[in-house]
Design a protein around this ligand. Structure first.
Ligand SMILES: Cc1ncc(C[n+]2csc(CCOP(=O)(O)OP(=O)(O)O)c2C)c(N)n1
Ligand SMILES: [Mg+2]
Length: 431
């Protein structure tokens, strides 16, 4: 049956369903998740532990409780960040709601020596790498250029350019391969990206380089079914994980809402990378429960019913159910975690509001490793603009810098005007 989507760019278009989709009802997933034998699951949506012959996982009750704590705390961080954005404290936020298990499972599979390359949504992985959530808020508040030291946390800066981090990760992986830093207990690399990113040239190039050079990199794709308003059907005619085979390395699909399956499969793929078996692609089959970012309104392009179905596959609730079912946690444990989440929320709210504004001219720092004439010209123009306010302000005719653009041609973006003062070629393009 053709499916009608209401996507902004595909309104009223009829899109046939993807090929090769056997029912996955046994795994509690929609038909497009594929046959149960192609979906790796260790914990069902009802919180029942199941075995998979290729991915045995021995996990203690205390480790399980630790994963639950991670899931709850990153969800709380995300909820606070959305609220802070709505209150005008953050410029924008990209929610991870629904993707907690994919991020915590894969993030906890990493060793301290491993290097991770995220997109802009990997708040759960950041948590696993020991990045203070406040550092993420700094970035989305626009008061820092990045927020954390990638070398200290072995967690690269967030990357907005879709898919480009897969090339960075592959290059890095080829580097550690040449340094002899892999091997037993050695380093491996993981690159995160979305379903939409798989259509990017960069990602396909990264796959080829990683494959032919046998680079120690795991490609972890969170298939959350949407690339802003573009549905998965617009990215691929086959399940995404099957793409890996065409590039010459293994791919597998894991229940992305199952933290145990994500942990076990990522561990195995990292081990293979360390041992010299080259790259693996993991497709974590999940769903973006919220908007693409706080600037987006998903009710314009998707059905409320889909959301309701995915709520039943919640990644946090199934771990809670299993903890209770297996007698691994009691009510006091859940109360403690809730109280810790409330404390985290309060700390984030207070500290976010108290963040000092950066000096305006610091926006021009760290653009290039050394001085650059275009940047120098832009900085000088902006400094002159800021200086102009003292006079204007004294005359009582000034407006605060945040409410007005610099003097110049009306209707021309500020950046283009600032560039214009330097007289460099790109000015023409910008105009
Ligand atoms: C090279 C590039 N093209 C377009 C965009 C605009 N853009 C931002 S997010 C996005 C969708 C990405 O979808 P997906 O890879 O599925 O990741 P998700 O946001 O769902 O996590 C697009 C097209 C961009 N940031 N970079
Ligand atoms: Mg997506």
């Amino acid at each position: 049956m053709p499916v009608e989507t209401g996507g902004s760019s595909a309104a009223h278009e009829v899109i046939p369903p993807p090929l090769a989709s056997a029912p996955a009802a046994a795994a509690g997933l929609p038909p497009e998740a594929g046959a149960p034998e192609e979906l790796i699951q260790l914990l069902t949506p009802e919180g029942e532990r199941v075995d998979h012959p290729d991915y045995p996982l021995d996990i203690s009750a205390s480790e399980l409780r630790g994963l639950y704590r991670d899931l709850v705390l990153v969800r709380r961080m995300d909820t606070e960040a959305i609220a802070l954005q709505r209150q005008g404290e953050l410029g924008i936020w990209a929610s991870l709601l629904g993707q907690e298990a994919a991020q915590i499972g894969s993030g906890r599979a990493l060793g301290p020596q491993d290097m991770a390359f995220p997109t802009y949504r990997e708040h759960g992985v950041a948590w696993c790498r020991g990045v203070d959530p406040l550092k993420l808020l700094e970035l989305f508040r626009g008061v820092s250029h990045g927020g954390w030291d990638p070398a200290e946390h072995k967690f690269h800066l967030y990357t907005i350019v879709i898919g480009s981090q897969t090339l960075h990760a592959t290059g890095y992986a080829m580097g550690i391969q040449r340094d002899g830093a892999t091997g037993d207990g050695g380093e491996a690399v993981i690159a995160y990206f979305g379903d939409g990113a798989t259509s990017q040239g960069d990602v396909n190039e990264a796959f080829i380089w990683a494959s032919v050079f046998n680079a120690p990199v795991v490609f972890f794709c969170q298939n959350n079914q949407w690339a802003i308003s573009e549905p998965l059907e617009r990215q691929s005619r086959i399940p995404l994980y099957q793409r890996a085979r065409g590039f010459g390395f293994p791919g597998m699909r894991v229940d992305g809402n199952d933290v145990l399956a994500c942990l076990a499969v990522t561990r195995a793929a990292l081990r293979a990378a360390r041992e010299g078996q080259g790259p693996t692609m993991i497709e974590a089959f999940t769903y973006r429960m919220g908007a693409h970012t706080t600037t987006d309104d998903p009710t314009r392009y998707r059905l409320a019913g889909d959301l309701e179905a995915w709520k039943l596959r919640d990644p946090v609730e199934r771990v809670k159910a299993y903890l209770v079912r297996s007698g691994s946690a009691d009510a006091s444990f859940f109360d403690e975690i809730d109280a810790e989440a409330a404390r985290l929320g309060a700390r984030l709210r207070e500290a976010c509001r108290a963040m000092p504004d950066p000096a305006p001219l610091s926006a021009f720092e760290h653009i290039y490793a050394g001085p650059h004439p275009v940047v120098d010209a832009e900085r000088d123009a902006y400094a002159a603009y800021l200086d102009s306010f003292d006079d204007a302000g004294r005359d009582g005719h000034g407006a605060p810098p945040s409410a007005a653009g610099p003097p110049g041609e009306p209707g021309v973006p500020r950046v283009a005007q600032a560039r214009g003062t330097g007289g460099f070629g790109r000015t023409g393009e910008a105009r």
